[in-house]
Write a protein that binds this ligand. Structure first.
Ligand SMILES: [Zn+2]
Length: 82
């Protein structure tokens, strides 16, 4: 592995989390254009992150939505009784 690869991998997570300055992002993006090894590594991590984000957004919110709707239904029914 080249020294430049070490540098790119060091910033892998920050790059994916978009916590890097534009100059560092540009440098890593430039490296990725030329280095297949790092492209694979970045691609895998980026997809993993994306999948985790999707799961965290979709699954609990649907469950939460159902739970809230059930609560509202229950409250509506109770308020109608009194
Ligand atoms: Zn590389």
């Amino acid at each position: 592995m080249k020294a430049e690869c070490d540098h790119a991998v060091d910033y892998l997570y920050q790059y994916i989390d978009e916590e890097l300055t534009w100059s560092r992002r540009l440098r890593i993006r430039w490296h990725l254009k030329r280095c297949g090894h790092c492209v694979d590594a970045f691609d895998f991590e980026a997809r993993l992150k994306e999948r985790m984000r999707e799961c965290g957004k979709d699954e609990p919110s649907q469950e939460l939505f159902d739970r809230i709707r059930a609560l509202i239904d229950k409250e509506t029914a109770e308020s109608q009784d009194t």
